[in-house]
Design a binder for this molecule. Sequence first.
Ligand code: NAD
Length: 468
Amino acid sequence: MAPAGNKYLDNIEPATGNVYCKIPDSDNKDIANAVNAAATAFPEWSALPADARSNRMIKIADIIDRKLDELARAESIDNGKPVSLARSVDIPRASSNFRFFATAILHFSSEAHTMEGEALNYTNRLPIGVAGCISPWNLPLYLFTWKIAPALAAGNCVVAKPSELTPMTAYLLSEICMEAGLPPGVLNIVHGLGAKAGQAIIEHPEISVISFTGSTKTGQLIAKIAGPMFKKLSLELGGKNPNIIFADCDFDEALKTTVRSSFQNQGQICLCGSRIFIEKPAYEKFRDAFVKKVNEMRIGDPLDESTKSGAIVSKQHFEKIMSYIDLAKQEGGAILAGGKPVSLEGRCENGYFIQPTVIEGLDVSCRTNQEEIFGPVVTLTPFENEEEVIRYANSTQYGLSATIWTENLKRAHLVAKKLKCGIVWVNCWLVRDLRTPFGGMKQSGIGREGGFEALRFFTEMQNVCIKL
Ligand code: NAD
């Protein structure tokens, strides 16, 4: 549907720097229309038996699977990520999100509390109404569906906005939902700018539950608006995650996975580790091997099947990352690998590419080590003992995730418990069981996504007390 104001925005392919399509520049009138459509569809959708909603959602998952190649290619063009990554991670995860919540809702139950001889209480978990879902550009369809699927499964209707930088697979999802027979108004995908269309979702009085993933700065603004309106909020925000390498780790495994956890998707995954702490006896060996591996990484056209490192999502983000590399130098950091933009030949000569960058010699409290860069930039820091590395790891305002590498499980348990973050991986990274609670502590957000936690979030509790 055309936007009410009939205005459009340019959508740029990051690998080429060229405009390749236009997207609606929606405003509050479009959001009001979307909310009306959702509110109209809500009575019927919420009254359906869970298995009827589940069947529709499984159909959506099946179509996503069938369109894997088309969606992966669209995601790669829109975001700059390697097409092989989109095909193996992003798109399969989007269909898993639908399938997971379509089946989770069949097992969702609520509590009953009996007061012997007096009363029986049972708790209803009711769909709330119109949910607002807003997602970022780094894992476009993956994170968009991670919010939409539990909201729909729980019986809500949804108004959802993808990032204006990566709208394409959300658009394709709207076509898929129509093909799957999702009733009109149940899911309303609106495109446009954050400060305009996004904020109109936050401000709309009929949207009383909001799931947001994005930066801490936007999260703060959303909380400010939604707080006094008593909206239910789930905020998944920024991170500055530590990778902790103990000298007793399985060296090869730690090395291989830490290269991946640093630079996958050009370091633009909220769960990437950007501060690597290495126990002193292993420091030089790990540093040298890590730098060697990073220097072997090749950046290429995201649409080339063999490419493992693609483009940065936008010119603005490219400039932000480069400014942090300059800052690191000013702060006294030594660039051990990378540090420069990359010029590719041919189709991608004007794209936004940056070498994977490794920096050492910085204090843990400097800005480079405290602020989220969200790009292919990591720092290396040696540590003496557990106490010191826990202090280093917890020293930022963020608390999303961490990895610990050690063969000493007792130590892993103890250190994990002392890390102030929502997700800890021991001897692995990004292993995801969708039943587990996902989210951050401190400035990395509030609430948890995943499993029944997400279904609880998208429902309202009501206690019914019956006299016996
Ligand atoms: P962003 O905050 O700029 O934008 C995220 C979304 O919010 C976009 O759709 C945007 O249009 C919208 N938005 C912007 N301003 C808004 C406003 N005033 N009101 C309503 N919506 C608004 O973030 P980004 O640059 O797209 O994404 C990168 C950030 O996301 C990083 O900080 C990263 O760590 C974070 N992130 C977190 C997680 C997590 O699970 N914790 C996952 C992925 C990304």
